[in-house]
Write a protein that binds this ligand. Structure first.
Ligand code: 4AD
Ligand code: MG
Length: 479
């Protein structure tokens, strides 16, 4: 018999034909004559209740069907008398596929902490929370491609191994095949990378932007969506060493077009989640409420689905870095010394606490900050006339801080070259990037959306390690 997925079974009106379902046991309980098994196959957050008549199927056959065991069951769909489900499966035969010894199986039908589940990342997919997150993650990946495809953008694969540092921040993981026990040295007594696999030093990419720019200067509208790697030693709930980034790059766009695209895209993705992931979002919303029960009223976050709708319904506040610093500097929060990093003067890099203050306390909606001091931003950003700021834009979200970082790019050859030299960016090895400013250069802009930061927002989860299946963070590379 062909397997029916539980998602379809739960919506089926077919009460006449026998059907087969397969999945993993979530819970089992027995009374004198019947046993109930809640079965889940990942197609939906909801379980199908199997009703097993112990007169027909002896308890001994059920004995091994503990939480976590896999089973295949045939039966007829019947209207359910119990509350909580429309239909259930009246089982005619059931077979154990794989057992899960309850003395060893770590996931029991009780609440496990997220920390505990991180150590069981190979099994945590089987919990309601991670099933929901995984389905939403898929929906968001699909929606991102759909958004760009519908607008006529081309997806390009940018390299994962590169020899450049796209952000110039020196946070790269080195890639090498050199024997680390016997490193070859050159005449200057430095490591001789000429003998390395690529004949030069190489690393994992921190961003696909530079290569995306090359493509945008021919195809006009492109985007990359790939893994990026950063060896920054930030042990926070918002940083990963391996994360996924969406980077559109558009010829003939200025910074305002860039902000419009960012806002449109974020709203599109949130709308898509609301329309396509409602069961999983409802579950996560209840989970969050439960989690926050013991928090004080003013520390509680907005209910998840209301929060998503709130972002859809409000336009993002757009202000300059200078205005933001004024607000922060004059805030009571700053005056009372409540920031860990007090804001004293223009030019300070903004920390996540400042970004969140602006979003959560001051404007109470997403904020886009523009025109940052050039000293705290990357070399490729377009320099403003004032000589001190660049046309950068960061999108700040409640609970997250920076979710998008982007900019208009410097398209003027000599200005770009000067800035690269000032910032000690290796100009010779970036000749190809500079050449695009020599041949048919045009204004262009783009941004990077951190996919897991988006996932944090959409799922309401508090730690970035819980919205990617296998997080990579300092001292953590299990699985
Ligand atoms: O602001 P970032 O560093 O910008 C860039 O890499 C540009 N090249 C993007 C562009 O203009 N094409 O990173 C972009 C976004 C951040 O806003 C944040 O959401 C996310 O990537 N991000 C991280 N997410 C998780 N873990 C980390 N360590 C992250 N670093 C950045
Ligand atoms: Mg940034």
């Amino acid at each position: 018999m062909k397997r029916t997925e539980i998602k379809d079974a739960l919506q089926s009106e077919n009460f006449e034909q026998e059907m087969n379902v397969k999945g993993w046991v979530r819970t089992k309980r027995s009374s004198k004559n019947v046993a109930f098994v809640a079965l889940n196959d990942g197609s939906t957050i909801h379980n199908l209740q199997l009703v097993i008549d112990l007169d027909k199927i002896p308890e001994t056959d059920l004995a091994l069907m503990h939480t976590g065991a896999s089973v295949s069951a045939n039966g007829f769909l019947v209207s359910s008398a119990g509350s909580g489900q429309r239909v259930e499966l009246s089982v005619s035969s059931i077979q154990l596929l794989g057992e899960a010894n309850p003395d060893e199986y770590p996931l029991q039908p009780k609440k496990h902490s997220l920390e505990f589940l991180r150590e069981k990342a190979h099994l945590r997919f089987r919990t309601n929370t991670f099933g929901a997150i995984t389905r939403i993650r898929h929906a968001m990946i699909f929606a991102i491609h759909k958004f760009f495809n519908d607008k006529g953008y081309y997806n390009i694969h940018t390299p994962i191994i590169t020899s450049s540092d796209a952000e110039g921040a020196g946070e790269m993981f080195q890639v090498t095949t050199l024997d680390l026990e016997k490193l070859p040295m050159n005449e200057e007594n430095k490591i001789d990378f000429k003998q390395d696999f690529f004949g030069k030093a190489s690393n994992l990419t921190v961003s696909g932007q530079l290569e995306a720019e090359l493509a945008a200067l021919a195809l006009s509208k492109v985007y990359t969506f790939g893994p990026t790697f950063r060896a920054e030693n930030s042990n926070t709930s918002r940083h990963l060493a391996e994360f996924w980034m969406i980077e559109p790059e558009v010829a003939f766009f200025d910074i305002n077009d860039d902000m419009d695209l960012a806002e449109e895209m974020l709203k599109y993705l949130i709308q898509y989640a609301l329309e396509n992931c409602s069961d999983d979002l409802t579950f996560l919303s209840k989970r969050l409420e439960e989690e926050e029960k013991n928090k004080k009223a003013d520390e509680k976050s907005m209910e998840l689905i209301s929060k998503l709708n709130f972002v859809l319904e409000n336009s993002f506040e757009r202000i300059s870095y200078t205005e933001a610093v004024d607000i922060l500097k004059n805030s009571n929060h700053n005056k009372k010394g409540k920031f860990q990093y007090p804001i004293e003067k223009w030019g300070a890099d903004l920390q996540s606490e400042h970004e969140r203050y602006l979003v959560e306390k001051h404007f109470k909606k997403p904020v886009i900050l523009t025109n940052y001091p050039k000293e705290i931003k990357a070399f490729y950003m377009k320099q403003n006339e004032d000589g001190t700021t660049v046309r950068a834009m960061d999108v700040l979200f409640p609970g997250i801080g920076e979710i998008i970082g982007g900019s208009q790019r410097e398209e003027n050859y000599s200005k770009l070259l000067n800035r690269m030299e000032e910032m000690h960016i290796p100009v010779e090895s970036m000749w190809w990037y500079l050449e695009t400013r020599k041949f048919g250069s045009v204004p262009h802009a783009g941004f990077g959306l951190g996919f897991e930061r988006l996932m944090l927002f959409v799922t309401g989860m508090g730690n970035i390690r819980d919205v990617i299946p296998f997080p990579r963070t300092p001292l953590n590379c299990e699985f």
